[in-house]
Design a protein around this ligand. Structure first.
Ligand code: SF4
Ligand code: SF4
Length: 180
């Protein structure tokens, strides 16, 4: 093989390497960082109730803290044991029970119920509901759309007359839609 041919082959190989390297670099820059993908994956395993019972202001911040290794995977009461088992599998760890400090996994699904006779229509419960499950107008009674409620308890504290309580969900094919 002549020297020219060897030189041409080297140049072609170098150009090819540059092009492929550039393409891979561009592709890598388009992909979300590994941590973001991990956060997405963790968040997808959480029940999206945004209830803050884990001590974080929503499922995403909790997923980010887990991804950073800051917090344990056993703090999500609404999801019960299922998310804990799924997260343990994701991290190749032994499953563990839900931390009772954050709730009882055996309490079953709950929804909020407003005693409409006692409601004074102050509307303080409306803005705290992360899923807009409460309907009502100022100075009129308010009520909960049970099909939307996740049982996150966030509306209990702001109610000045304590007319909101959590009740077990009596599943029937018309009402039960949230994944167990
Ligand atoms: S109605 Fe109350 S318990 Fe139900 S999702 Fe809204 S804030 Fe949470
Ligand atoms: S906070 Fe209580 S009293 Fe006020 S509107 Fe809601 S349910 Fe009614």
């Amino acid at each position: 093989m002549s020297l020219d041919a060897i030189l041409i082959a080297c140049v072609v190989a170098a150009v090819l390497a540059l092009v492929v390297g550039g393409a891979l670099g561009w592709a890598a820059s388009r992909l979300p960082p590994a941590t973001d993908r991990l956060v997405e994956h963790i968040e997808a395993l959480l029940p999206q109730t945004q209830c803050a019972q884990c001590g974080y202001p929503g499922c995403r911040p909790y997923a980010e803290a887990i991804a950073r290794g800051e917090v344990e995977i056993d703090r999500c009461p609404p999801g019960g044991d299922a998310p804990v088992r799924a997260l343990a599998a994701l991290f190749d760890r032994e499953p563990r029970a839900l931390d009772p400090a954050y709730g009882r996994p055996d309490q079953g699904a709950l929804v909020a119920w407003i005693d409409e006779a006692r409601c004074i229509g102050c509307a303080r419960c409306l803005p705290v509901c992360p899923v807009d499950a409460i309907v009502g107008a100022p100075r009129h009674m308010h009520t909960v759309v049970a099909e939307r409620c996740t049982g996150c308890e966030l509306c209990l504290a702001p109610c000045p007359v304590d007319c909101i309580e959590l009740r077990p969900v009596h599943s029937n094919r018309h009402r039960w839609h949230r994944a167990a």
